[in-house]
Design a protein. Sequence first.
Length: 159
Amino acid sequence: MPYLKATNRRAEIWPELREGHGNGSILSKDIPVLQKEILNLGEPIILPDEENPFFILRDDAKNNYSHYSEEWDGRVKASYMKHALLNAVTMIEKRFGGTDQSILLAGHGTSGRSLLKLLLKKDSKGIVGFKNTGIWMVEQQDDRSYQLKMYNGEDYSEK
């Protein structure tokens, strides 16, 4: 919130970026495709009064995505996060793809690393974890693919 206060901005909450169960690589063929919808069907997102001036909820995301049972297989748990993150990728591409706009997404380690891999469509060398408050940056290319430019706050170029 300090950044939002200092810049007099509001942030949009994306429940798709909620931390989830990774179970190895999000790109694994072993992660099943969900056969049901889970988005916006979980617990309501409730903002404390003091945060209301700084955050907004999308009309299609007033709730978290449905939660999986802790007893379920890790691959099924990962499929929930993958489904939500693929929706985030679609939103990024629809709302910002092909533009010169920059977006700042704040999230958690597993979901952030998984989102990065889904954008890149590959397991990139060296993407194993984030430093606390680590930053990564991708840039959309002319062919609409993404190229990793920064990882954990440092320049990144694949060898």
